[in-house]
Ligand binder design. Structure first.
Ligand code: BTN
Length: 243
């Protein structure tokens, strides 16, 4: 593994993407910073973190002839790899809130932003950005946010959590193979927050409906049973779970 440590940067994803474009970057390069000043989250949101209390890093993974239609596997493997790490650290009630928020009980302790480079019909490489709340205890205006410290009652060093996540996520990514698709999807679905329970969903227009999460489609859409539709498919920007 090739670890690049930066004291401060706008975004580790942006930095790593530029590096990958301009140089021959070795597989499994990791960029980590103590202070990320313009962290990017999913759907154009910002990712805020307090210097020295949380992890903000990006992982670079090269793929060989990996079909783009299977790219959701990378997202599932990353989320499950983080869950593997959290279980090894005895974190209670870990789950994945679709598509890849990492929860302990009902609170988000980590987020993932994956940016793929496609070449023809193949995935060439991925930049996988991870923001993970380790020792933070205050989250102003973020009622669903928490940290490893708040959920476990213990302090962790950033280094030990980083090592655990890198090991488990790279292991999952190295073993990615189309023949494992169904097994991976089943494991991912079984780790989904609120699977099989009634939840409230909200569309971007503000319409709310009740539904039960059944699983995900092969390309990562959320499959929800609603009153009007036994298997409605939602894409990322189409729905938000209220919890
Ligand atoms: C989310 O919205 O839940 C995803 C958050 C991802 C944040 C991480 S922090 C390291 C990397 N660099 C970024 O700018 N974003 C990701």
């Amino acid at each position: 593994m090739n670890l690049i440590k930066l004291s401060a940067i706008d975004s580790t994803n942006t930095y790593l993407k530029k590096l990958a474009k301009e140089t021959q970057l070795p597989d499994e390069t990791v960029v980590i910073t103590k202070h990320q000043v313009s962290g990017r989250g999913q759907m154009g949101n910002m990712w805020l973190s307090r210097e020295g209390q949380s992890l903000t890093f990006s992982m670079f993974k090269i793929f060989e002839r990996f079909p783009i239609e299977d790219q959701f596997m990378v997202s599932m493997a990353t989320s499950l790899g983080i869950l593997d790490a959290l279980k090894a650290l005895n974190t209670p009630a870990v789950s994945i809130k679709w598509p890849n928020d990492i929860l302990s009980a009902k609170s988000k302790i980590g987020g993932i932003l994956i940016e793929n480079l496609l070449e023809g019909s193949f995935l060439k490489y991925c930049v996988i950005g991870i923001g993970f709340n380790v020792n933070e205890t205050v989250f102003p205006n973020l009622p669903n946010a928490s940290s490893l410290k708040l959920e476990t009652g213990k302090d962790f060093t950033l280094e030990e959590v980083l090592q655990e996540i890198l090991e488990k996520v790279f292991k999952r990514l190295t073993n990615l193979n189309q023949s494992n698709f169904l097994r991976l999807k089943e494991e991912y679905e079984n780790s989904l927050f609120q699977k099989g329970a009634i939840s409230v969903f909200e569309t971007p227009e503000g319409l709310r409906c009740n539904g039960i999460i059944k699983g995900v489609s092969d390309i990562g859409e959320l499959l929800v049973e609603t009153e009007s539709n036994p298997l409605r498919k939602f894409q990322l920007k189409e729905v938000k779970m209220i919890y």
